[in-house]
Design a protein around this ligand. Structure first.
Ligand SMILES: *Cc1c(COP(=O)(O)O)cnc(C)c1O
Length: 402
């Protein structure tokens, strides 16, 4: 059921819906979610899907159906979550750098709120006192993550309230009678090393005794997923066992029980996404053979933005002789998806697939170069359904005042 799509299935989708096209595999999302649940079954654990990875409402509904909760970084994601049917206490709002009005709106919507600066914590306390429970995002200063741009726990990071400001947090909590329900951290993305989570948990348990109303510790996410053929993913089973051990020790020492939360984004939806493009032109230059496809970094920005690697297959000619290509998009500046990639011979009009394109793929797309955003299709139980139509020309003018 959760086997990857075959070339034939992907060709059928491109034939029906055209290309470029994002195709998502529902059962692969379910398999990832169920794996997490299984890995952490030794201790009460909840998973809040970080929907900034892929926020199509049909995906949100599907993930809700699996039993997950939702992590949101903007008030609009909160509203999408409510529309998708998540209960209010299943939605966690974890913004950074927003004004107090946005936090107040989240309170008026009744969702859980995570505060990420001393200034907002103070305003929150002064406004709501102990009448509305709150979580606090702590920066534990653990350096982690695959790339500086996606690493959020380091000393220069804008995220969270520094662990060194604990005394100031306590001062605000005491003065305003804040009900601190949870402590949160999120140290980055693509973290393979489970010690990062365990160290974070240690830091959190270390300060938990300062908060008498605490129910939970949220370890954020950043679970690594394999992009390259020989990549390893975060070992969630070992992590689950170690978290349960640490939690048991904490319970014994303090006679308190705390739920553990995670906020997986990429872990749930990276693998499920297949981005299908067409080779428009094969161009031999003096040094390189370029494949120019009918897409660009306006549709999949990760290679240009994060130097990320996406496996590519040529589904139109899988058995062709291997050749070396640089795969580029059509945006009018450097727009390279892959350098020196060995692929089965690419002919013009062949369909290529970028794998692991579900997370931060469509979600980060734009209309740069006045190009149209692609359609999205969800395949569930073998049935393909359009969940977002491709842009049409009029969409480019939609908000322009002519
Ligand atoms: C982005 C983000 C996540 C998800 O990170 P992934 O690497 O996609 O798992 C979780 N929590 C917060 C607060 C985030 O900003």
């Amino acid at each position: 059921m959760s086997q990857p799509f075959t070339d034939q299935q992907l060709i059928a989708a491109a034939t029906e819906f055209g290309s470029p096209l994002y195709v998502y595999h529902a059962e692969q999302i379910a398999a990832r979610y169920n794996k997490l649940v299984d890995a952490f079954k030794a201790h009460p654990t909840k998973f809040f899907y970080a929907c900034k990875a892929l926020s199509n409402i049909n995906i949100l509904r599907y993930i809700k159906g699996l039993g997950a909760s939702l992590d949101c970084v903007s008030i609009n994601e909160v509203k999408l979550g409510i529309m998708a049917g998540f209960q209010k206490d299943q939605i966690l709002f974890t913004p950074n750098g927003v004004d107090f009005a946005e936090i107040a709106e989240a309170v008026s919507l009744g969702v859980r709120v995570n505060i990420d600066s001393i200034s907002m914590l103070e305003q929150f306390g002064n406004t709501y006192g102990g009448s509305y429970p709150v979580c606090i995002r702590i920066n534990p200063h653990i350096v982690a993550g695959g790339n500086y741009k996606i690493s959020t726990g380091h000393i220069d990071s804008k995220f969270g309230i520094s662990i060194h400001q604990l005394r100031h947090i306590e001062r605000i909590v005491k003065t305003t009678c804040l009900h601190v329900q949870g402590l949160h951290m999120h140290t980055g993305s693509e973290i393979k090393d489970i010690d990062v989570f365990l160290q974070g948990l240690d830091v959190m348990f270390g300060i938990a005794a300062h908060f008498k109303d605490l129910d939970l510790i949220d370890l954020g996410s950043g679970f690594k997923v394999p992009y390259k053929e020989d990549d390893q993913e975060t070992d969630v089973y070992t992590l689950g066992a170690r978290v349960a051990e640490a939690a048991m020790e904490f319970e014994k020492e303090y006679n308190r029980k705390l739920e553990i939360w995670f906020e997986p984004g990429k872990y749930l939806v990276s693998e499920c996404g297949y981005f299908i493009v067409k080779a428009n032109v094969v161009k031999q230059t003096t040094a390189t053979v370029f494949v120019g496809v009918n897409s660009g970094f306006n549709h999949l920005i990760r290679p240009m933005f994060y130097d990320s690697y996406h496996r590519i297959s040529n589904i139109s000619n899988p058995d062709g002789p291997r050749r070396i290509y640089t795969v580029v998009g059509n945006i009018c500046e450097t727009d390279t998806f892959a350098w020196d990639r060995v692929l089965p011979e690419v002919r013009e009009n062949d369909l290529l697939v970028f794998h692991n394109a579900g997370a931060y793929g469509f979600e980060m797309s734009s209309n740069f170069n006045s190009r149209l955003k692609p359609a999205e299709v969800l395949i569930e139980n073998g049935i393909a359904r359009l969940i977002r139509r491709a842009d049409v020309f009029e969409d480019l003018l939609h908000n322009q005042v002519v």
